[in-house]
Design a protein around this ligand. Structure first.
Ligand code: GLV
Length: 312
């Protein structure tokens, strides 16, 4: 029997180097660019990829399973992906990274880090400026999957009050109260910090809209670490310009890289980071892929299967 082919699609060769199949029962191919992937697509049974070019799905007639090297699967679930292909994601590894990102940037706000650094540049001793505490502040987490709950635990350890919003509104141990997405405004009204974590699906596109932003306090900060398009960026821009929000920490954008002329770059109440809050690393993703690969070869059910209808 011919060995199945795994196509590893990533610029970092470590992803392919860390693939381990029981008794070498697969052929591993690697592609770093669309043109490298194109001639390999037709012979691919398993795709292990980040942002695989969707126009190549049509050429991948043998494709059975796509393991995404990340948390979000919006790019993978393109209409061109044949219905029979199973998509799996990589949960569990991003929560700890993103908890540090969120707590770190919330502390950047309350510890007035920008102000002290600026004063240092000017050799000014600004002892009239005092930091604030995270303890007692309310963090609203919109999206309570494994990442949201990891962030909630870190925030609670610092004494923050954690509220949640999710599709189902189901209570979770990590949040004092959880609302359904339909009651987003009720939750946001209470927030000092809001973290957006929902996956991008047809239901969540533009969910954080002008009305949701208007519900927030003018002293509150918005952190988007999900996908740019979950937030109505034009409405956010208006709210930030009018200072109806204190500020935003943005790691994701509807268009990435954020174009140089984009008005977000100029706002002093916006922090821009380049989609790094939950980085994928070959070492952290490989065990998830290798475990699933052993299952796939043994004909056992895969773990972390995406509900393609729900979109996450
Ligand atoms: C990054 O955005 C990811 O989805 O893992």
């Amino acid at each position: 029997m011919t060995r199945p082919t795994v196509l590893v699609y990533h610029a970092d060769p470590a992803y392919a180097a860390l693939v381990r199949a029981p008794r070498g029962r697969v052929v591993v191919r690697r592609a770093a660019t669309p043109s490298e992937a194109e001639p390999l697509a037709a012979e691919t049974d398993v795709l292990y990829a980040w942002q695989f070019p969707r126009h190549l799905y049509a050429k991948a007639a043998r494709l059975r399973w796509l393991q995404v090297m990340g948390a979000g699967v919006d790019w993978a679930l393109a209409p061109e992906l044949p219905p029979g292909v199973v998509v799996t994601r990589a949960p569990g590894v991003f929560g700890p990274w993103m908890a540090e990102y969120v707590v770190g940037w919330c502390s950047w706000v309350t510890q007035r880090m920008a102000a002290y650094r600026e004063a240092q540049r000017q050799r000014r001793w600004i002892d009239h400026v005092l930091p604030d505490r995270l303890r007692g502040k309310t963090l609203v987490i919109v999206g309570l999957g494994d990442i949201g709950r990891a962030i909630a635990r870190a925030a609670r350890a610092l004494g923050m009050r954690v509220l949640g919003v999710s599709r189902t509104g189901r209570p979770v141990r990590e949040a004092e109260r959880v609302w359904r997405v339909g009651a987003l405004g009720t939750a946001l009204r209470q927030a000092d910090f809001v973290v957006v974590l929902l996956p991008l699906t047809p239901d969540t596109r533009g969910l954080v809209d002008a009305a949701a932003l208007a519900a927030m306090k003018p002293t509150a900060w918005l952190l988007n670490v999900a996908r740019g398009a979950v937030v109505d960026e034009a409405a956010l821009l208006d709210a930030l310009r009018a200072r109806r929000l204190a500020g935003a920490i943005l790691d994701v954008f509807a268009t990435e890289p954020l174009p140089p002329h984009h008005p977000f770059w100029q706002l002093d109440n916006v922090v821009i980071t380049p989609h790094i809050s939950g980085p994928s690393t070959p070492e952290e993703i490989a065990p998830i892929f290798n475990d699933n690969l052993a299952r796939w070869l043994a004909g056992r059910p895969l773990r972390h299967v995406v509900d393609r209808k729900a979109g996450y």
